[in-house]
Design a protein around this ligand. Structure first.
Ligand code: SF4
Length: 355
């Protein structure tokens, strides 16, 4: 296969800032360490009356394994693996769906649909993406249809707002897509959409079937419920979250989302605090939103999750329905980007190697 790799992707792992910030992810890419989902297959648990309490126990064991660099080999002895338990709990969340913070309460096992309108998991496309951040490229990217956001400037609106587009997949088909992408040379499996969250149960079941080892990248708006977030801990090797807004009014106006800030900051903190907590965070600078969004977001990162890579993105374009909103119906100016970069430098954020 002929690839046109972004030039810095070759040397990304030699960059000191990248090497020091996402070391475990790099070792998993190089097959020097197992991905987290493989460790969850080696932890066996007796599931009692409170499966979430058992899951918490499993997360504690796993966190020790990650910190100490491996899990002792155990016999199953009729017990359930942590990965199997995650799959069971994820499926159960579909019964009165609360996979994301909308907590619609619809029974998706019976075909009911909530805000995301996702009925069954569908893949719009899956390919080796050459345009992601340097340490992620070449990335085995899987685009799911449907989204729980309604961003008026969405660049993927043709799949995010049309959940019935794409090809319906079951767990075996999804596992084989993942394996094939890795065999073709992907550094990782990059789960995106639309939004991957409404597809979490299928994703977890598929990980239990894959043959290849690869780091899992969660490319998301981070609007998961706390329960879904806990299920992702111990599966995601590299978080690739968006942090778009600080001001909840902006989130409501441009993405139709309530309680954005409290949800996303809670989830980012959970992702960062659970080992290995490695992350490349994306902040898309919106025109005219330096004071209300960009600056407080960069300050929050510096105060709460400083040891991550930050991609400060200048590629906003007024696509989809954005032309109906005069104040963001333009590109970001050089002055606005310079202000954002200058503040990131003042705060000591690690942004230069990935922006
Ligand atoms: S994933 Fe979120 S938006 Fe979709 S049905 Fe479940 S709770 Fe609702």
């Amino acid at each position: 296969m002929a690839w046109f790799l972004r030039p810095d992707a070759f040397s990304a792992f030699e960059n000191e800032e990248i090497r020091d910030t996402i070391p475990r992810y790099i070792r998993v890419v190089r097959r020097e360490e197992p991905p987290l989902f493989r460790l969850t297959q080696r932890i066996f648990l007796d599931v009692g009356d409170d499966p979430w309490a058992t899951h918490d126990e499993g997360l504690q064991i796993l966190s020790k394994c990650v910190v100490e660099g491996g899990c002792p080999k155990e016999k199953r002895d009729g017990r359930t693996s942590l990965l199997e338990l995650k799959a069971l709990l994820a499926k159960d969340l579909l019964r009165e769906c609360r996979l994301c913070e909308w907590k619609c309460g619809v029974n998706r096992l019976e075909g009911e649909i909530g805000v995301c309108r996702v009925r069954d998991s569908r893949v719009a496309s899956a390919f080796i993406h050459m345009g992601e951040e340097a340490p992620i490229t070449p990335s085995g990217t899987i685009f799911f249809t449907g989204c729980n956001f309604r961003c008026i400037f969405c660049q993927n609106w043709d799949i995010s707002q049309f959940p019935e587009s794409g090809k319906r997949v079951d767990e075996r088909e999804l596992a084989s897509i993942m394996d094939e992408l890795r065999r073709q040379g992907a550094r990782n499996i990059n789960l995106v959409g639309g939004e991957p969250t409404p597809n979490l149960p299928l994703i977890i079941s598929s990980l239990n079937l894959v043959r290849e080892n690869f780091p899992v990248v969660w490319n998301s708006n981070m609007y998961m419920s706390e329960e879904a977030m806990k299920l992702l801990l111990g599966l995601v090797d590299l978080w690739l979250p968006d942090f778009k807004y600080w001001n909840d009014e902006c989130a409501r106006k441009y993405s139709g989302i309530p309680r954005y800030r409290e949800t996303v900051t809670r989830n980012l903190k959970m992702a960062y605090d659970y080992p290995p907590g490695e992350m490349v965070l994306r902040h898309l600078v919106l025109p005219g939103h330096l004071n209300c969004c960009t600056e407080p977001i960069l300050r929050w990162i510096s105060d709460n999750i400083p040891d991550i890579l930050v991609n400060i993105m200048d590629q906003y374009r007024p696509e989809y329905r954005a032309s109906k909103f005069d104040e963001i119906n333009r590109r970001v100016t050089t002055e606005e980007m310079t202000r954002a970069y200058r503040l990131a430098d003042e705060l000591g954020l690690k942004w230069r190697s990935v922006s």
